[in-house]
Ligand binder design. Structure first.
Ligand code: ZN
Ligand code: CA
Length: 464
């Protein structure tokens, strides 16, 4: 435990003495040290899951679609925002909350207007992650909701570095999570730290419910899954994000934390600390991706400096630091992108680490409900266009035949896994089509048949 406290003290003193440095994100500086000492298996398990997701992304279309063009399969997460307030100013407006959700979707879909600020050298790796967010409209009891809870607390600040999860517990002045395997929980509260003020803006846990995690983490941390954001930096143009916090006034602290929630690491790999003039270019202390240039430290101290190149290595083709990346600490007004590999990893994490939470849309049609919808009243979109076509045999081990009546013409047949991953397709020539599915893994699939009139039909398929 000693190293943990030393580290905390060092960070605190540095912030205190310079008076101009906020820890944008607690993630790796403090939180993981806490985990490392409380749960010795944590770092190893996180690394294992990260590598698993990298591997998954490289072998499935879920990771590869994220390049250049927008992916066909979009994941939409139901979000609940827990406003835990002591003073009236902390009780944020519903509009600001909705605006924040819109910013999350905008940035994860690369629909932000300021994407044009990205230097052209990085355009080839800029990616639409194909992940969206919406305020949940059904609560855990199946009742309609606006996706926002409001809790008045007597706790003046939840920024205690020794007990960051108090805001997630009703018995300690916070608010209990909605089921964290169904809803993406965001807590918004006062994270200020005594004496230091607005020194921490947010933190998130990476997926810890996935297989291979230490069982004590799965059992004890499940109710803490989600992200926590300081109320002054939640929402774009939050009127409270002034002074030192003007570096974080674009609603991109939640974008950054959502990156962590979906498994991303900081772009500089948490090596050198610019506070102490530190630069660490050891490639093994990297963020794990090839398409982000090696960076030796974060960019907070240098703001929006596009000449920053902390790891030049004397190579004339070396790229500068990617200060435009959401996973840096640069000023938010110059953070404009995720990379293709970051997007691919997050999409893989949606499938293997946040399994079943998101609704899955293929070509703008919801084909799979997230768990929370399955528990509540739901329009069964799967059946909307059902009844025209047939598949036989079903279940099948090798070949299927797909037919439809002669009054419609087929344009495309695509097979998706239940995670929305495209696994096979066929351009139909006639109204009777055969497809070889022998190479598919046994399990459940969805066959999408698109007709020339634009109508789509979805039929469940079981591969034996
Ligand atoms: Zn972070
Ligand atoms: Ca470099």
């Amino acid at each position: 435990m000693k190293r943990f406290w030393t580290l905390v003290l060092m960070i605190s003193l540095a912030q205190f003495s310079t008076g101009q440095y906020v820890t944008k994100c607690y993630q790796d500086h403090v939180l993981n040290n806490y985990f490392e000492y409380s749960y010795p298996g944590f770092q190893e398990a996180r690394k294992t899951l990260f590598l698993k997701a990298l591997d998954y992304a490289s072998h499935h279309s879920v990771g590869q679609h994220a390049k250049q063009q927008s992916p066909d399969t979009i994941y939409r997460f139901p979000v609940v925002v827990h406003i835990v307030y002591n003073e009236a100013a902390e009780n944020l407006d519903e509009q600001l909350i909705q605006d924040q959700i819109d910013v999350l979707t905008r940035d994860f879909r690369r629909k932000n207007a300021d994407t044009s600020d990205l230097r052209s050298i990085f355009l080839p790796v800029a990616a639409d992650a194909g992940i969206e967010f919406f305020l949940a409209d059904i609560d855990p009891n199946g009742n309609p909701t606006n996706g926002i809870t409001r809790t008045n607390t007597s706790v003046t600040s939840f920024g205690s570095i020794t007990s960051l999860d108090l805001v997630k517990d009703s018995t300690t002045g916070g608010k209990n999570a909605w089921p964290t395997d169904e809803y993406l929980n965001i807590w918004v509260c006062d994270l200020s730290i005594p004496l230091l003020g607005d020194a921490a803006l947010g933190f998130a846990y990476p997926p810890i419910e996935a297989p291979n995690w230490p069982s004590e983490l799965q059992n004890t941390q499940e109710q803490y899954e989600g992200i926590v954001i300081h109320y002054k930096v939640f929402g774009p143009n939050n009127p409270l994000a002034t002074g030192l916090l003007s570096i974080a006034d674009q609603g991109r602290t939640p974008v950054h934390e959502m990156g962590h929630y979906l498994g991303l690491r900081h772009i500089w790999g948490d090596a050198g600390n610019p506070l102490f003039g530190g630069v660490d270019c050891d490639p093994s202390l990297d963020d794990g991706f090839d398409d982000t240039p090696n960076a030796g430290n974060n960019s907070q101290a240098t703001g929006c400096d596009k000449t920053k190149n902390s790891c030049g290595d004397g190579d004339p083709n070396d790229l500068p630091d990617m200060i435009e990346n959401y996973m840096d600490y640069s000023t938010e007004s110059c953070q404009v992108t995720f990379t293709s590999q970051q997007a691919g990893l997050m999409r893989a994490m949606v499938v293997i680490g946040r399994t079943g939470m998101a609704d899955v849309y293929v070509n703008d049609v919801r084909i799979i409900d997230g768990k929370f919808r399955e528990n509540g009243p739901s329009t069964n979109l799967h059946a909307l266009e059902a009844g025209k076509s047939t598949i036989y045999p079903n279940p099948s081990a090798d070949e299927i035949t797909i037919t439809w009546p002669s009054d419609v013409k087929g344009r495309d047949i695509s097979i998706y896994s239940v995670d929305g991953i495209h696994v096979a397709s066929n351009i139909p020539q006639t109204k009777i089509n055969t497809m070889d599915i022998s190479s598919l893994l046994p399990g459940h699939y969805i066959v999408q048949i698109e007709f020339t009139n634009g109508i789509k039909e979805f039929i469940p398929l079981i591969k034996q």
